[in-house]
Design a protein around this ligand. Sequence first.
Ligand SMILES: C[S@@+](CC[C@H](N)C(=O)[O-])C[C@H]1O[C@@H](n2cnc3c(N)ncnc32)[C@H](O)[C@@H]1O
Ligand SMILES: O=c1cc(-c2ccc(O)cc2)oc2c(O)c(O)ccc12
Length: 340
Amino acid sequence: MDANQDQGAKELFQGQAQLYKLMFSHLSSMSLKCAIELARHSGYNSQPRTGHHSFCAMRLLVHSGCFKKTKVNGQEEAYGLTAASTLLIKDKPYCLSPTVSVFVDPFFVAPYQSLSSWFKGAELTLWETVHGIKFWEFMNQNPGINQRFNEAMASDTEIMTSFVVKAECKQIFEGLGTLVDVGGGNGSFSRIISEAFPGIKCTVLDLPHVVANLPEADNLKYIAGDMFQFIPPADAFLFKLVFHGLGDEDGLKILKKRRAAIASNGERGKVIIIDIVINAEEEEHELTETKFLFDIVMSVNATGKERTESEWAKLFFDACFSHYKITPIFGMRFLIEIYP
Ligand SMILES: C[S@@+](CC[C@H](N)C(=O)[O-])C[C@H]1O[C@@H](n2cnc3c(N)ncnc32)[C@H](O)[C@@H]1O
Ligand SMILES: O=c1cc(-c2ccc(O)cc2)oc2c(O)c(O)ccc12
């Protein structure tokens, strides 16, 4: 073989391996699902290598950095925790097992078999095409899945909330008299805000099947309703992981109404958004990839999308807000304040 042929063969086989890796990538999430299910019986730590089946799933997860190999009593091989797998442990402060188990469930994964129908001019979301009803109506009709989804959102909240009430984010909430947490789920975020800032009266607005029968507190109330129909007045309106589920048209509709509501409240108010901002030029490759995956989830399940800063800014200025401030929280999430 001459040098050119050699290079050609190398590229051919590299291309094949890359393609096979993509083709089998779902096995990474299925191995994660397997690890969570096994851990329900025996825990993760010091799990011995028994049998080839669990060994090959765990070897893949070790290879991708989710677990690490370790020794028990200096002898037996076992699996140790990394930053990622520590988040799967139930008795640790933050646990994302409920989140993982919802999003790898067959009902959640099914629509991705039909991604190509996107390009054939389909009008419905893929979720609706496959399940026959819109995402939030599906949640309404499936109480078990609805509860798991809401708990998944709540565990996602817990992981970032302690940072939000700390130093650099504290001033964002300090001094507010009233706050409406729009699409606030089961209120996990507002509960923490209401405890950290007892002077703020928090109201969580969400769909009836989400907020029914939740325990209230002195400064924490729930309202069942549709954010497109009515949002009660307040000093500040919080939207955490709501806008990424909305297309620009719906997002603009909501923001324009908030702009008008703030103006009639004496120009004191603001909108607070906690959401993803794509920053592909400056952030780590893997972080951008995670955001691109979220972007697909939002367009398949709803009519939403993940946005770059300039896409967010266009939305704010189109809704006649005059300026905004972005504070990175950690990882994927940003806190955005928008002012009239
Ligand atoms: C991704 S979840 C985010 C929940 C919560 N903000 C959090 O970060 O954990 C989006 C929420 O918006 C709510 N939602 C969707 N459409 C809504 C509507 N039209 N009116 C009120 N809430 C809505 C959903 O029920 C869900 O709780
Ligand atoms: O299907 C989803 C999932 C999310 C979601 C998942 C995990 C997170 O850490 C945050 C958000 O959010 C959604 C959403 O906001 C929406 O409007 C529709 C569907 C989903």
